[in-house]
Design a protein around this ligand. Structure first.
Ligand SMILES: [Zn+2]
Length: 234
């Protein structure tokens, strides 16, 4: 292989590695963001349980207050009824009111009991979720830290090394060849392609016998007559 073509092929391999490591780095960044989002979500779900409990407690207080008011009203009706200095019609009215208020009271008391039981369940659920949150959060934070470390190590280590290597390879290539490579790279990820059984490895189209012969002779940079990729023979 022409040594210049070999230089460009090495450059292409370096570019492919830089691309691969950059893609890996991007996945790591996405992963870290997902982990951070999960921490926020875990906290939010505990906060939602706390809010739900508070609402139940408020409802329960309101319901108890209503029971107390209703109880006071029934007592007041009963008192007037017991004193008996009212007409028969008024007495009948009071009895009807007392009966209907008592029915309402029963319903409200059932509701209050239901709320109390919901509160107990919600309290237990919240306590459990709060107890679970701490270790889960620690675990997630540890994963975030691991990912952040891997990102930094990759950036400062492997990727920086590869970029330096790539820069050295680019600096070593003659400017005209480098320019030709870079121009092709704007279109193709593999500007340097092998001829395989008379076919360009890039565009997969058969090249002329003359092209095959010139590549084999290795005296100059030879390009594919179809896609312009720089060719080499295996
Ligand atoms: Zn081609």
């Amino acid at each position: 292989m022409l040594s210049l073509t070999k230089q460009l092929l090495d450059l292409q391999q370096a570019d492919a590695m830089v691309h691969e490591v950059t893609a890996h780095l991007e996945r790591l960044v996405v992963h870290r963001r997902q982990l951070e989002t999960r921490v926020v979500q875990e906290r939010a779900s505990v906060a939602a349980l706390r809010d739900a409990l508070q609402k139940l407690e408020l409802d329960s207080r309101a319901s108890n207050l209503e029971v107390d008011e209703l109880d006071a009203r029934i007592r007041a009706y009963q008192e007037r009824l017991d004193k008996g200095i009212i007409s028969f019609k008024e007495m009948e009215d009071l009895r009807t009111k007392i009966a209907s208020e008592k029915l309402r009271m029963n319903r409200l008391e059932d509701e209050a009991l239901g709320l109390m039981s919901s509160i107990e369940t919600a309290r237990a659920g919240l306590a459990q979720a709060q107890a679970d949150l701490a270790p889960r959060e620690l675990h997630l934070q540890a994963q975030v830290a691991d990912t952040a470390r891997e990102i930094e190590e990759t950036e400062k280590g492997r990727l920086a090394d590869l970029r330096n290597e790539r820069a050295a390879l680019a600096a070593a290539a003659p400017p005209y060849a480098l320019a030709q490579y870079e121009a092709l790279r704007a279109t193709f990820s593999n500007p340097v392609a092998a001829i395989d059984h008379g076919t360009c490895g890039g565009c997969k189209i058969r090249v002329s016998a003359n092209t095959v012969e010139r590549v084999r002779a290795g005296r100059e940079i030879v390009t594919c007559e179809h896609c312009s990729r720089i060719l080499f023979s295996l």
